[in-house]
Write a protein that binds this ligand. Structure first.
Ligand code: ARG
Length: 593
């Protein structure tokens, strides 16, 4: 069953057509004046210009036809020709019953599902994750869930940064510090033996070592040209699969992955593919040959590039650097090869790259090269950029010590604040320690994710833990609290033996609640079409507010059985829809708090 907006849209279209005015103008939207009407159509104004009639005249004729619709309690003309529609209580009750009976609470699925890859998270081996990765993870996870819920077949891929210059830097830095490792790298490189098992000497390298060494090596590489050149050489050796470098690199990747899985898990983020840049490496030789055969590869001072500038470009786009003068594959090389890899492995209709807005040019260049190479059709690759999470100084968020933020620290810090907030609110106090901890984790994740997703992704926002974790206002914890309240109400009804029954609608707060439940489909469609989870965040918030008003105005458990049954059905539908919407944002609701 379609949502009310669609159903009314069809009715108004039919009335337009019957009056000989273009039906496609008959758009129905929620009313700007909820006190007067539920929905409105402004189509008569546009139609008037087209057919050269007075808009009020058209609106009146259309309204006359609509008046016989049994679902409409009133049809009125306002202003220059707006048509105001008010539904009968019975029509609202019908819709409420359909939503309540539907496991998807009124959300439609696509007629033509597609195969979609969401490339998000994008953490790097050894380099700590920064706020860009945090936002990529939060937004990407939500987009993945929204697309899947809508009916697409979706794969989420982490696309690890594990094959670039930072790997050469680290191999060098680890060897400098540990002569035993350096000797073993040389020995394996010379003998050409790839160890199946990572040797113990390499296994001693921990993530803490990498975290400690990377910033030092990166800084040194910027100042010291010899150091930088050696790192580049080691990167090329790694990419050539020289066994010493390659096996040591496997250790780097393994220790990083364990930590990343833990952090992502704590954040409620999960990938179907934990692939990385290195997974595209085997395809590079063949890709380079193919680009060459297609005449796309150009020699440029020892490097090999693909020119992607187009006639009419407003700015000059640099070419794609495919092979560096040292013979290394670059960031863009692995990205292009990954497109080929994904095409073969999955054949996606669409790949969504959820990555920091600052990489917009990088993706434009890679996408153009992919279209030229025939690895994807124009429009199948889409970069979804986003702004930054800033500190109070308006610059990308940093730790108090001024360093880059580590995801793990951020989660710990937020969890600490969540515990404090729960105590302040007197919540979860009588629960067992382990359950309290689980609740604190969920509150922390809800706080971080909702604060991020309630803004359109392009907007930057300021990190404000006090506000994010508050149980009041437009926050994740507030929404969890509302959902838990409904859960406890429904539990109470069950212990009292109060049964749910068919919905009837009478009170204004009931009408409002049903109209809000009905708007889920619109919110989901917008989130999907615009890749904008904030539409669902907004819906979740409105639904909670509508429920709050309903709860205050309409007694539930003390009402007479038919009314009580109706209100319990409404409450159960609200809970299911709220949990669904929050789940699409990547937020899980505790049982109690
Ligand atoms: N690892 C990259 C970075 O830290 C992000 C990867 C984004 N995805 C991609 N296909 N390039 O900036």
């Amino acid at each position: 069953m379609s949502d009310l907006k669609t159903v009314l849209g069809e009715a108004v279209e039919a009335a337009f057509a019957a009056e000989g005015v273009p039906a496609e103008l008959a758009r129905v939207t929620p009313s700007d004046r909820p006190d007067l009407a539920d929905f409105q159509s402004n189509g008569a104004l546009a139609a008037a210009k087209r057919v050269g009639k007075n808009p009020r005249e058209i609106a009146t004729a259309v309204a006359e036809r609509l008046k016989s619709d049994p679902r409409l309690a009133s049809v009125e003309i306002a202003g220059p020709g707006f048509i105001n529609l008010k539904l009968t209580d019975a029509a609202l009750a019908d819709r409420a019953n359909a939503v309540a009976a539907d496991p998807r609470t009124g959300a439609e699925t696509l007629a033509e599902p597609r195969k979609v890859i969401v490339d998000y998270g994008g953490p790097n081996v050894a380099k700590p994750m920064h706020v860009g990765h945090l936002r990529a993870s939060i937004i990407g996870e939500s987009i993945k869930r929204i697309y899947r819920f809508r009916g697409d077949t979706v794969v989420g891929d982490a696309h690890f940064g594990d094959w670039g210059y930072q790997m050469g830097l680290l191999i060098g830095a680890v060897c400098d510090e540990n002569p035993e490792i350096a000797a073993l790298v040389d020995q394996l490189n010379a003998t050409g033996d790839v160890a199946d098992e990572i040797p113990d000497a390499f296994r001693a390298v921990t993530l803490a070592d990498l975290d400690r060494l990377y910033p030092l090596a990166a800084a040194k590489g910027k100042e010291d040209l010899t150091y930088r050149d050696r790192a580049r050489k080691l990167t090329a050796d790694l990419q050539a699969h020289k066994p010493g470098c390659y096996v040591l690199w496997r250790q780097f990747r393994a220790v990083t992955q364990v930590a990343l899985e833990r952090d992502f898990h704590a954040l409620g983020v999960d990938f179907d593919w934990w692939k990385g840049e290195s997974d595209a490496d085997p395809l590079i030789p063949e890709m380079v040959a193919e680009l060459d055969a297609k005449g796309l590869l150009v020699d440029d001072q020892g490097a090999r590039i693909v020119r992607v500038a187009r006639e009419g470009d407003k700015r000059e786009l640099p070419p794609l650097l495919v092979v560096s003068s040292e013979g290394s594959a670059m960031y863009g090389t692995t990205d292009l090869a990954t497109i080929l890899d994904r095409k073969r492995a999955f054949g996606p209709d669409l790949v969504i790259y959820c990555v920091d807005q600052r990489q917009a040019d990088h993706f434009e260049i890679v996408f153009r090269a992919a279209y030229l190479a025939g690895y994807a059709a124009e429009g199948q690759l889409e970069h979804i950029g986003f702004g930054t999470m800033n500190g109070p100084d308006g610059k990308p968020f940093k730790t108090r010590e001024g360093g880059v933020l580590k995801l793990n620290d951020l989660i710990e810090m937020t969890r600490g604040k969540a515990r404090e907030r729960l105590h302040e609110a007197g919540l979860g106090e009588n629960l067992p320690e382990s359950e309290f901890e689980e609740i604190a984790s969920k509150v922390a994740v809800a706080a971080l994710k909702f604060a991020d997703l309630q803004n359109f992704r392009g907007t930057s926002y300021v990190f404000d833990l006090d506000r994010f974790t508050s149980f009041e206002g437009k926050t994740g914890p507030y929404l969890l609290y509302q959902a838990v309240r409904v859960k406890s109400l429904l539990r109470k009804a069950e212990t009292e033996g109060a049964a749910a029954g068919p919905v009837t609608v009478a009170e204004p707060a009931e009408r409002d609640l049903v109209l809000t439940l009905d708007a889920f489909e619109t919110a989901l469609a917008e989130a999907y079409d615009k890749k904008a989870p904030n539409a669902l965040a907004e819906h979740a918030y409105r639904l909670s507010q509508a429920f709050s008003k309903f709860y205050a105005a309409c007694p539930i458990l003390v009402a007479a059985p038919p009314v009580r049954g109706s209100r319990l059905t409404l409450a159960a539908a609200v809970l299911r829809q709220l949990e669904t919407a929050l789940d699409l944002l990547g937020i899980a609701v505790p049982e109690r708090m």
